[in-house]
Write a protein that binds this ligand. Structure first.
Ligand code: ASN
Length: 255
């Protein structure tokens, strides 16, 4: 009887130790979560496909990589487009998004943002040959805008005042091409992004307004969720700013 009790105790102890090891191993693996971050698919110089390496590069991609390294978190980026990213974050399919995303009050109702990391704003853009010189010349014209963007919201808010119609596109390059080809009379885009497209990709376009809506870009999560990601993004961004890495990343893309 005594011997049996000893063996039972030993077996139980072994089971306990084995269970503890399995448990500990399991925990280490599950805490190393890989965050799913969505992004735009063509928004140079913030995120765009580098055709030589077939990878997405840009200010946002580099900032995220440097912040994740600094803060020790794992992530994967899905460059699905801007509107798709908004939807993915809201449905919980994505943990967060970085997409040259304008921080504004309307979005703060459904998203939580990091500190702003870049200042920009929207401008009116027309074909290089166009006679349109300002919003005042848009009566009876069509203005291309990208789905889900702050540009679209701005255009919608002034279209009656200036008498134009909006036409919605999914991606920035399609929108630029529609204006170059004369399908639409103008488009609205972020100043730094259209500046890059004109300079680097030779789109025959010109900017014909001042910046409307000056704003900051921020990293975003669904309101009330993934607060740890926002905390890490802000802490990492502050570290990159003090180490000089933030400036180095911007300089790489000409800022
Ligand atoms: N700045 C744009 C917005 O927030 C983002 C984009 O087009 N990727 O509406």
């Amino acid at each position: 009887m005594k011997k049996f009790a000893k063996i039972t105790a030993l077996v139980l102890a072994l089971i306990f130790v084995a269970g503890c090891f399995a448990g500990c191993g399991g925990n280490t693996q599950t805490t190393a979560k890989t965050y799913k971050i969505y992004s735009d698919n063509s928004f140079a110089p913030f995120e765009y496909l580098d055709t030589e390496t077939n990878t997405y590069i840009g200010v946002d991609m580099d900032l995220l990589a440097a912040i994740a390294e600094d803060q020790g978190f794992k992530y994967e980026v899905l460059n699905e487009g801007f509107d798709a990213s908004l939807g993915a974050v809201q449905s919980g399919q994505a943990d967060g998004m970085i997409a040259g995303m304008t921080i504004n009050d309307k979005r703060k109702e459904t998203f939580d943002f990091s500190e702003g990391y870049f200042e920009d704003g929207q401008v009116l853009v027309v074909s290089a040959k166009s006679k349109i010189a300002s919003f005042d010349d848009l009566k009876g014209k069509t203005v291309a805008v990208k789905a889900g963007t702050a540009s679209l919201d701005y255009a919608e808010s002034v279209k009656e005042q200036y008498g134009f119609e909006t036409v919605v596109y999914e991606g920035s390059p399609e929108m630029y091409q529609a204006v170059v080809n004369g399908i639409n009379d103008a488009c609205m885009e972020d100043n730094s992004v259209i500046g890059w497209a004109i300079k680097s990709n030779n789109f025959e376009l010109k900017i014909v307004s001042d910046v409307v809506n000056p704003c900051y870009y921020g990293f975003a999560v669904k309101k009330g969720e993934n607060a740890d990601l926002i905390t890490m993004f802000n802490a990492g961004l502050a570290n990159l700013k003090s180490s000089g890495k933030y400036e180095e990343i911007l300089a790489k893309y000409g800022y």
